[in-house]
Design a protein around this ligand. Structure first.
Ligand SMILES: [Fe+2]
Ligand SMILES: [Fe+2]
Length: 351
């Protein structure tokens, strides 16, 4: 099987090493390239991946441990718009977490550094816990037909069908044509999926919790949110590594393409949240919805040298939600810290 070099062109196909590869390097030369697949954490090529893998593993949790008896009683007393937005949001997140069970394992097949592949495989495992959370949640608070209907929203709600078909395009493109550029763009798409779509969806549950409603659900969401922060860190670090190792990849054209991808992702999320909250969801006026999604999108793209897609969205309109969603209020998360280090350590002017 052929092996690409560590400086492959953006359009050449990534290939995998044979499983038995005794001539392979003791340590991989880069994120991509020849490998023996041998996982030896001590002295590994990317210590950040070792640290992240251990951190994710330490966050293991069981959805069933969260008691939802009170949420069951409370759900029926919510306003109709609160119930419908709650279920619509779950319908979208169920789909996203389900495809994220598949995607990291697929990406990992092209990774030369086994410690980075371990992060991706661990991510996929945690996505199964998230999927299990939604099952626990729905089977606890709604009847069977409502649960089943929620599980079908991803392909039956007109907005979701169109949106899901579009958002998987970078994924399908990589699977059809696994080039370096498609690999990098897929990592960036994962940043948007993990860091924009999920954060926007969380606002529904955290806004309810702010008024002491559906607090068991909020506890599930906090645990999921903490995991998603680690997933964001994986893709952030992978893109950062690619920038060091494959600088020619980061052309103005690619950065412009990523900017468009981010703007489109945010516009779709704003349209979706507008449709499901109708400006009637208590605590989530449409102006806040738009500004929050715009702000979080700016935050997500900045580490990659992409101009803010929404220059006017300079502040979080709902900082209390960040605190509501934090498992450890007051501590900066891995991703936020990585962003700071990222900007300190690397020159993004040429991306
Ligand atoms: Fe997830
Ligand atoms: Fe995730």
């Amino acid at each position: 099987m052929s092996l690409h070099s560590s400086s492959s062109s953006s359009s050449s196909s990534l290939t995998r090493s044979p499983l038995f590869h005794p001539d392979g390097p003791t340590r991989p030369a880069g994120l991509l390239g020849p490998t023996t697949y041998l996982l030896e954490l001590t002295g590994c090529r990317y210590p950040w991946a070792d640290a992240l893998y251990r951190k994710m593993r330490d966050f293991y949790w069981k959805p069933d441990d969260v008691n939802l008896v009170a949420d069951h009683a409370q759900f029926d007393r919510l306003a109709p718009i609160e119930r419908s937005a709650f279920l619509n949001t779950l319908g979208f997140l169920i789909y996203l977490d389900s495809i994220q069970i598949q995607n990291p394992a697929w990406l990992s097949q092209y990774i030369a550094a086994p410690e980075v592949a371990a992060c991706l495989i661990t991510q996929a495992f945690f996505e199964t816990i998230h999927a299990q959370s939604y099952d626990h949640l729905l089977s606890s608070i709604v009847d069977g037909p409502t649960r089943e209907a929620t599980y079908q929203l991803w392909r039956q709600h007109p907005l979701l069908v169109a949106r899901n078909a579009e958002l998987v395009q970078p994924y399908e493109r990589f699977h059809r044509d696994p080039t370096l550029e498609h690999f990098a763009t897929l990592c960036f798409s994962d940043v948007l999926l993990e860091g924009v779509y999920f954060w926007s969806g969380f606002t529904i549950f955290l806004t309810l919790a702010l008024r002491n409603q559906m607090t068991g659900t909020a506890q599930l969401i906090r645990q999921i949110r903490r995991d998603e922060q680690q997933h964001l860190a994986i893709y952030d670090q992978m893109i950062r590594t690619l920038r060091h190792e494959q600088p020619a990849l980061f052309t103005e054209k690619l950065v412009a393409e990523w900017g468009t991808l981010a703007r489109t992702a945010a516009d779709h999320e704003i349209a979706w949240m507008t449709a499901i909250t109708e400006g009637q969801f208590p605590g989530l006026p449409l102006s806040h919805v738009r500004r929050y999604i715009a702000w979080i999108t700016n935050i997500r793209v900045r580490p990659f040298g992409i101009p803010d897609p929404f220059p006017d969205a300079t502040q979080d309109p709902m900082p209390w939600l960040e605190r509501m969603g934090d498992m450890n209020p007051g501590k900066a998360d891995f991703f936020e810290q990585a962003v700071v280090n990222y900007q300190d350590d690397l020159d993004f002017g040429t991306i």
